[in-house]
Design a protein around this ligand. Sequence first.
Ligand SMILES: Cc1ncc(COP(=O)(O)O)c(C=O)c1O
Ligand SMILES: [Zn+2]
Length: 412
Amino acid sequence: MGKVKALTCPACQKAVPPAERRFLCPDCGMVLDVQVDLGHLSADYQDKLLRRHDPTIWKWHEFYPVEDLSSIVSLGEGYTPLVHTEALARATGLERLYVKNDTLLPTGSLKDRSNSVGISKAKEWGVGTAAVVSTGNAAASVAAYAAVAGLHAVVIISAQTSPQKVAQAAVYGARIIPVDGSYDQVAAVFRAASEEFGWYECLSTNPYRLEGKKSYAFEVWEQLDGEVPEWMIHCTAGGAGVVAASKGFKELKGLGWVERLPRMVAAQAEACAPVVRAFERNADEVAPVEAGQTIAECIRVGKPSVTATRALREVKASGGAAVAVSDDEIRATQSLLARTTGIFGEPGGVVSVAAALKLKAQGAIKPEDLVVCTVSGHGLKQIDVLDPSRAVSRPIPATLGALRERLKEAAD
Ligand SMILES: Cc1ncc(COP(=O)(O)O)c(C=O)c1O
Ligand SMILES: [Zn+2]
């Protein structure tokens, strides 16, 4: 079982004893980094690990900061398909474009990777209430994992959130409190409440929770038979995916299991792209932006936590990029993916693939590069944005004649 050696600050290097149960550096406010002891994993351990029959992220349990296996709360998350189709390769001109289909996770989004680890840690610590403020997907995920773990869940969401996501969180029995305002306004209320009530926070500032997204590195590496992608592209809001996937690859490199690291890419929506703006300015920190309107609801975060700054630094250090795409590009990509791979992603969950297309058009990604895009949320979570031209037309009378007429119309 992975053992937490230390919590260290990636910005000022301060070491914080794990027993203090802190999430942020007391000196500079950066999210702490959990150091899991991997020293005992020898070269032949790799074979032992890969032979394990566990189709969840916990196949790699040594790498996660949960000391007691009996605390693990798993709903079968992980090992989602890494999809490659000829049709997608042809349509994009990227011969080796793979899509990590996280729409198939238990609650339909990438949040299950991190919450499985975060809620397991909460159970190990014996906390009573897990809380989250969410653009929608984390709400359902925290609600599900907390329910199975026997914890109370408090879920605070913007009243503007898609009703499908709210209904999904409610079904797990969480205490759901919709608040008027944008995600960024609602998040400010959450922070004040969390301080008052002492909740266990399931946010991108919870370093234990972040560890769960290291699973991207482990699974992708295994599914590519030991190859490391040239590009790993994440749909980005808080930046947890970029930070943790990068960390996972670094741990593999530290063990000598891989020789190089991928270029990390943060993909965002044009109307709300704080990480991209900071990257374009060559800044070292992410500054807040006004969240404009976009259909990419799940990643519409204008004032992300300090984890986004960590993501920016990973992107830059890896030689990657931060790329913003328009709503038109998102719609086109949603449709392209559905038709070429059968994967139906929500708008914010397909910006990774739209970003790959943009980087290819700019000449940064070459047609033969090995590219992995995570498609991070299911399209059924946000159906109100579907292109009206794709909507089903008005019903016809139940006669063969009417059907003939309608088929003729479509063919015209
Ligand atoms: C579907 C989806 N993709 C991506 C993200 C962004 O996550 P991250 O914190 O890894 O940037 C979110 C939530 O914020 C999400 O719901
Ligand atoms: Zn610090």
